[in-house]
Structure formats: C-alpha cells, structure tokens
Write a protein that binds this ligand. Structure first.
Ligand code: UDP
Length: 243
C-alpha cells in the first residue's frame, strides 16, 4: 500500500527505512528499473520553477524524505515522519548488495573521492560486487549510459548533485535491465572519508544542515534564502488547505 503526502505538490512517501528497503527488494525481485529520490527542500523549491524536474519528482518510483526541512513541512500538515538520511539509506543499499551478492555501480564525485569511497566499501564488505565506478565529471551522457548498460548493475548510486543525478537516472530508466537507482548527492564525499559526517547529536537536533553549512560555508548561498522561503510557502499552503 502506498501512503503519500505532498509538499508543495511534490510527493513524499510516508515510509520508514525498513519499508523502503522492502520496496527495493520487491523491485529487484521483479527486475523493475526503480528510481529513488532523496527529496529535500532545495529540490522541492527547484521543482516549483522547473517543470521537467517537477515531473521527475512526480513520476519517480519512491521519494524518501531526506532532510529535516521535509520533516518540518510535513509537521505543518500534522504528519509525523522521521526523515531518512540519504547517506544512511545508501549504506543500507550497499549492505543489501553485499548480503545478496548484487551487482552494484557507483557514479559521481571527483576521481579521488570515488576511488577512496570504493576502497572503503570494499574494506567493510570485501565481497561487494562492484561492476562499475566512475567519477561524475563527464561531457557525454550517452557514453556513460552505454558504459553502465554494459556493466548491467542491479543497484546504482548516482552522486552528481540535483537535478543532474535525477535527470540521468530518468534516462537510464529506459535503458537498464532491472536496476534500483538512487541520487545520493554528496554522499560519496562522506563515504570517501574526505568530508566529515555531522556528529550524531547535530543530526538528532535536526541541525545537520547547519553543521554542513559551517563546514562548507559556500553552501550558505544555496540554503539562503531557499530554506526560509520553502518554510513560509509550506506554512501558507497548509493554512490555505485548512481554510
Ligand atoms: N558532482 C559531480 N559532477 C558534477 C557536479 C557535482 O560528480 O558535474 C558531485 C560533487 O563532486 C559532489 C556531488 O556531486 O560529490 C554534489 O554534492 P552536493 O553537496 O551538491 O549534493 P547534496 O548532498 O547537497 O545533494
């Protein structure tokens, strides 16, 4: 059964990690090409002005709530949902791949970063079946799509930033042969060990976005004014719905 809420007309599945992994297993069993979006306020705001991206968010197979902003937006609608951090969900997918000997592929981040991330994955899961990995700096989508198609992965993590990663996954959806694909943003930077993950206490307090902004001040202009405008729009939208 599907339980969705809408944040500024973008769907968010009301689901926990276990249920999301259940959907993944189901897609794998049925050899379905399956697009997962880790949806956050920046994406929702982008969708308000980019129709093609709005359509991607509305036609993807599973949008999981990443980021505390979505959690707060749902609270305005009296919905309590624990957000699923994209980086944690990616770890779960890798664990699943290792346990079931699934073919896994990684695309994104700088060369050094993706290589270190793969090394770390293999340290933790020596039998992980990595059939493809490539940095995320390329000119020709079709070439990359061809390479991934030949590698025939069952799980693909794409970390190119949004909306690039979601657009590429959409293209791949008609090309692959039963693959679960997820946009993972900057997760490879974390997996490489080069970018420090926010301490658990910051995560618990819902302040991971602040920690990341303090560590990478260039993120500031990405968050402001997008985040406050997002929250104001969500408040207005929930008040109008009540009225
Ligand atoms: N990136 C990439 N190719 C590009 C642009 C960006 O592989 O053409 C990578 C970049 O190296 C970083 C990730 O995409 O690893 C974007 O991370 P960001 O922090 O923007 O994503 P977020 O986690 O905020 O969604």
């Amino acid at each position: 059964m599907s339980m969705k809420a809408y944040v500024l007309n973008c769907p968010v599945e009301l689901i926990n990690t276990e249920e999301a992994l259940g959907r993944v297993s189901n897609a794998l069993e049925n050899k379905i090409n399956y697009q997962i979006v880790t949806i956050n306020p920046e994406m929702v705001m982008n969708a308000q002005k980019n129709e093609a991206f709005f359509n991607i968010l509305n036609n993807s197979d599973l949008n999981i709530a990443d980021g505390v902003g979505i959690k707060i937006a749902l609270k305005f609608q009296k919905i309590n949902l624990n957000h699923i951090r994209g980086v944690d969900f990616s770890r779960e997918l890798i664990k699943l791949a290792s346990k079931n000997n699934l073919r896994v592929a990684f695309l994104g981040a700088k060369e050094e970063v993706i290589n270190l991330a793969c090394e770390n994955f293999l340290k933790e899961y020596p039998s992980l079946n990595i059939v493809y990995s490539r940095n995320g700096y390329f000119e020709n989508d079709d070439e990359i799509i061809g390479e991934i198609k030949s590698a025939n992965p069952q799980i693909l993590l794409v970390g190119l930033g949004s909306p690039k990663q979601e657009e590429l996954i959409l293209k791949l959806k008609t090309q692959l042969n039963g693959c679960v694909m997820i946009g993972v943003g900057g997760s490879f930077d974390v997996f490489s060990g080069l970018v420090k993950e926010s301490p658990k206490i910051w995560q618990k307090l819902g302040l991971e976005w602040l920690y990341r902004t303090l560590c990478q001040p260039e993120r500031f202009k990405r968050i402001f004014p997008v985040l406050p405008i997002f929250l104001i729009k969500c408040i207005i939208s929930s008040v109008l719905k009540k009225g």
